[in-house]
Design a binder for this molecule. Sequence first.
Ligand SMILES: NC(=O)c1ccc[n+]([C@@H]2O[C@H](COP(=O)([O-])OP(=O)(O)OC[C@H]3O[C@@H](n4cnc5c(N)ncnc54)[C@H](OP(=O)(O)O)[C@@H]3O)[C@@H](O)[C@H]2O)c1
Length: 255
Amino acid sequence: MKLTGRTILITGGSAGIGLAFALKFLELGNEVIVTGRRQAALGQVKSKYPKLHTIQSDVADPAQIAALAARVKSDFPKLDVLMNNAGILLYKNLKSPAADLTGLMAEMNVNVGGVIGTTSALIDVLTGNKGTVINVSSGLAFVPLPAAPIYSATKAAIHSYTQSLRFQLEETGVEVIELMPPAVKTDMTTELAEGGGSVISTDELVKQSFTLLKAGALEIRPGQSKQLAFMRRLAPNFINRQLWKASKKLVPVSV
Ligand SMILES: NC(=O)c1ccc[n+]([C@@H]2O[C@H](COP(=O)([O-])OP(=O)(O)OC[C@H]3O[C@@H](n4cnc5c(N)ncnc54)[C@H](OP(=O)(O)O)[C@@H]3O)[C@@H](O)[C@H]2O)c1
C-alpha cells in the first residue's frame, strides 16, 4: 500500500487502534479524517492533534453513513483510503433469552452493517480515485472467542465479505486490505487484560502493521493472529477449546 500523499477516512478514529493508525498516517504526510459517535472524544482529539479532521457519525445508522459520505465527497474529493475500523465488542451469555432482541444485534449493526454500508456509500469516490479499502476484522475471524460470540461472528463475516470485495474490485484498481489485529490494549480489551489475557500495545500493532502494509501484504496478521490462523488449520478443535477455556470467566452471569 502506498503510505504517503493519501486522503484517508478512518471510522472510529477517536480512540484505540483507529486513533493510533490516524496519527501514524498523519506523521507520514497524509490528510486524515476520523469519525466517532461521541463529539466530546472527537473534540479532545482535535484539540490535541489539530491537523486531524473530525466528523461525528455513527456507522450503525444508514442515514448518518449517507450524510458522512456526502460531506466527505464534497469536502475531500481526493479521498482514496477508507479504513473501516469502528467496532464494538460485547460479552454475551447465550444460555437464556435476551431481554432486548434489538440490543442483541448491536455488534452486527456496527461491525458488519457499518463496514458494508460505509464501503457502499463511498465506493464511487474510491474507484474514481483508485483507492484502498482497509477492513479491520480480527484474529477472532479465524477462531471464535466464545465469551464474545456475536463479536467473533461479525469478524468472521467481515473476513468473508472482504475476500468477495477484493475479487469484485480486482479490475477497478482498488486495493482491498484486511487488518486482523490480535488482542490490543484499548478500551475494548480492559476486561480481557484484567483477566490476564495477553495484549500488545497500539504502538506495537502500528509498527508491525505498517511494515506489512509497506511490503504490500493484503492480509495483515500481526502477532498472535498469525498463530491463530495457523492453529485453526493444524488443530482446530484444540485451539477452539483453548479460547473457550481462556474466555469462560468473561461470560456474564445474565445476558
Ligand atoms: N482491541 C483489540 O484487541 C482488537 C483486536 C482485534 C480487532 N479489533 C478491532 O479494531 C477496531 C477498533 O477497536 P479498538 O480496540 O480500537 O476499540 P476502542 O478503543 O473501543 O475504539 C473504538 C472506536 O470506534 C468508535 N466507535 C464505536 N462505535 C462506533 C459507531 N457505531 N460509529 C462510529 N464510531 C464508533 C469509538 O468512538 P465512539 O465510542 O465515540 O463512537 C472509538 O473511536 C474494531 O473494529 C475492533 O473490533 C480490536
